[in-house]
Design a protein around this ligand. Structure first.
Ligand SMILES: C=C1C[C@]23C[C@H]1CC[C@H]2[C@@]12CCC[C@@](C)(C(=O)O1)[C@H]2[C@@H]3C(=O)O
Ligand SMILES: O=C(O)CCC(=O)C(=O)O
Ligand SMILES: [Fe+2]
Length: 368
């Protein structure tokens, strides 16, 4: 197994799709029309909303634990990331996606690579195209940014570098809050957290997403339903709504932007580490008729070759491990090959008369 995150996709090259100039499309081409309107509209039916946690609140740990068990997603305020940094990231996203298509294609993701401009990796699993553009950053963005902005690439590199540093610190803090709520509190409990317990060796990808305004938003899909292959994801969304999460019993629920807030979601690896206690949430992004939307997802995971398995503290005679150990690289590779079957493919088979409540989450995806 390769030791760098950037190598995880070598064995699964992605076919390059044609990038449109969205601004020139005044009608929704058939290739972008999803027949997904069989689900109830969240505005009409959802009576519940995603939990909001103030990180300065002394009860934040309990709030986070409850949110991870029941929703797999929550929003945070007082997270310590300055508004000016978030504004700068938004400005860099805006500047990137408003470049002419031919310029953006100079930084296109190569078929066997992970970084660069293009459609989301999951596109190949759907017969319809998504109304969005993405830019994935793993490692330093310098080379690609130099192609995009020959003049001011260093300014944008600095913004991304600072953002990644701040996100890494916040992610480490969130890890201890999420784990703490499960009783995993000592630094020895997670060896790879390192001597300072600061998760210094963690790895991450930054995914910048752009959803242009769409002439027929009810039939289009910005980003198809998926779970993230992460421990956790920190999402910044601008003031245009679009993110929705699937909740059993409630259907698709909108996650409205909270001024200055960040969205935190549980990923598949955290679901595994928590031995199924925390749900990795199925989510998607919808598009808007008059407003474009920007988001940036900080996809956070362990060092690429560290094995993640149900934590020993959460496993016992009445709680057998539900998953086998898996490294992030191996899991990304599996996701690239099997998409929404990846999680069940690492699940341990429990005999029919087996122990434990085996609640498989609804990961099924309907292709329009
Ligand atoms: C570290 C990661 C996590 C990746 C793959 C790689 C870089 C880009 C990430 C995303 C971002 C968009 C959704 C997703 C499903 C996709 O298509 O690309 C994510 C995927 C995953 O969570 O599996
Ligand atoms: O744009 C959004 O709200 C969701 C983005 C997302 O799910 C991702 O990048 O993984
Ligand atoms: Fe996601």
């Amino acid at each position: 197994m390769p030791s760098r995150l950037a190598d995880a996709f070598r064995a699964h090259p992605q076919q390059q799709l044609k990038h449109p100039d969205f601004t020139s499309l005044h009608e929704l081409p058939d290739s972008y029309a999803w027949n997904q309107r069989d689900d109830p509209s969240p505005e009409t039916f959802a009576t519940e909303s995603v939990p909001l946690v103030d990180l300065n609140d002394p009860n934040a740990l309990q709030g986070i634990g409850h949110a991870c068990k029941t929703w797999g997603i929550f929003q945070v305020t007082n997270h310590g990331i300055s508004t000016s940094l978030l504004d700068m990231v938004e400005h860099t996203c805006r500047s990137l996606f408003s470049l002419p298509v031919h310029q953006k294609l100079k930084a296109a993701r190569s078929p066997d690579g992970v970084s660069g401009y293009g459609f989301a990796r999951i596109s190949s699993f759907f017969s319809k195209l998504m109304w969005s553009e993405g830019f994935t950053i793993v490692g330093p963005p310098d080379e690609h940014f130099r192609q995009l902005w020959p003049q001011d690439f260093s300014y944008h590199c600095d913004v991304i570098k600072e953002y990644k540093e701040e996100m890494k610190k916040l992610a480490g803090r969130l890890m201890w809050l999420m784990l703490g709520s499960l009783g995993i509190i000592a630094k020895e409990d997670i060896k790879w957290a390192g001597p300072k317990a600061d998760f210094n060796e963690a790895s991450a990808a930054l995914q910048l997403n752009y959803y242009p305004a769409c002439p027929d938003p009810d039939r289009a899909m910005g980003l198809a339903p998926h779970t993230d292959s992460t421990l956790l994801t920190i999402l910044y969304q601008n003031s245009t709504s679009g993110l929705q999460v699937f909740k059993e019993g409630a259907g698709w629920v909108a996650v409205p932007p909270v001024p200055g807030g960040l969205v935190i979601n549980v990923g598949d690896l955290m679901h595994i580490l928590s031995n199924g206690s925390y749900q990795s949430v199925l989510h998607r992004a919808m598009v808007n008729r008059s407003h474009h939307r920007l988001s940036s997802a900080y996809l956070y995971g362990p060092p690429p070759t560290v094995e993640i398995s149900p934590h020993p503290k959460l496993v016992g005679p009445t709680h057998p491990p539900l998953y086998r150990p898996v490294t992030w690289n191996e899991y990304l590779h599996t996701k690239a090959k099997h998409f929404n079957k990846a999680l069940s493919s690492v699940r341990v088979c429990v005999p029919l008369n087996g122990l434990g409540d085996v609640n498989e989450q609804n990961n099924s995806v309907t292709v329009g």
